[in-house]
Design a protein around this ligand. Structure first.
Ligand code: DER
Length: 253
């Protein structure tokens, strides 16, 4: 099936299964699949009270262009949790851990995902892999510009073969800047072990034997001085990769 219809099918199912028209705060992620999520929400609800929380400049534009009302993440009172957040992913494993950051929005995406009672990952079948870094080869990492050389060096000691600063090609000479005016490093690693792999003794998962488990690597990178955030989303309970469910249902979306 063509990819756009797969994205649209996953988005339609995610919204029909999970969107509550009585919600007051809904997180909206970044990328291309999220446009179909917003389209489906717009069709289902005309509740003027709902506020949509973006995960960056592009996400805010998608909300505004759909005629929905955005509210800035940092204007939410501390007591407010989002009812739900929808977002895409670059890869999702069997335990619904995600690689995110293909669109360089991972920092605000993680802020919003963690502030939501439920996080729905909308992913077409391409993203559905048994382990992270099977099809998507690198972990996006948001880094303070001044710290790039030292973080590149540290990533090599963690076992990344060839971490690269993300530069745009035609649009702009020099590195890509995030919504926080930081840089992105894309760090390749071998496919990441799941928690079940550790139980089954498939490796230590702490880098000492060349294998890394999802959360251990996320924490090891997060600790590096100069790193703002890491494009590994794990342990977000309530995460539900609609694309996986579509695939599980055997629909060739
Ligand atoms: O950057 C991200 O994590 C995005 O959610 C993104 O990579 C997913 O993009 P897509 O929906 O265009 O595949």
């Amino acid at each position: 099936a063509d990819i756009e219809s797969a994205k649209r099918a996953a988005a339609a199912k995610a919204v029909s299964d999970w969107f509550d028209p009585e919600a007051t705060h809904v997180g909206i992620g970044s990328g291309s699949t999220i446009k179909y999520v917003v389209e489906a929400i717009q069709k289902q609800s005309n509740n003027p009270r709902i506020r949509f929380v973006p995960t960056g400049w592009q996400s805010r534009q998608v909300i505004i262009q759909a005629g929905l009302t955005p509210i800035a993440f940092d204007s939410l009172p501390e007591s407010v949790m989002l009812d739900i957040a929808f977002d895409g992913a670059d890869e999702v494993d069997e335990e619904l851990n995600c690689i995110k950051g293909g669109g360089a929005c991972l920092f605000q995406e993680k802020l919003v995902a963690e502030r939501a009672r439920k996080f729905i990952c909308v992913a077409d079948y391409r993203k559905n892999q048994s382990r992270l870094l099977t099809n998507w080869p690198t972990i996006p990492i948001e880094v303070a510009p001044i710290a790039v050389p030292t973080v590149l060096r540290s990533l090599r000691t963690l076992g990344s073969t060839n971490p690269q600063l993300r530069t745009t090609t035609l649009e702009k000479s020099g590195p890509l800047k995030t919504d926080q005016d930081f840089f992105i490093i894309d760090a390749p690693f071998k496919p990441l072990l799941t928690a079940r792999d550790l139980v089954e003794g498939k490796g230590k998962g702490d880098g000492s034997d060349g294998t890394w488990e999802v959360d251990r690597l996320c924490q090891a990178i997060k600790r590096l001085t100069g790193v703002l955030e890491v494009g590994i989303f794990s342990g977000l309970n309530g995460i539900d990769a609609e694309g996986l469910r579509e695939k599980a249902a055997g629909k060739s979306v």
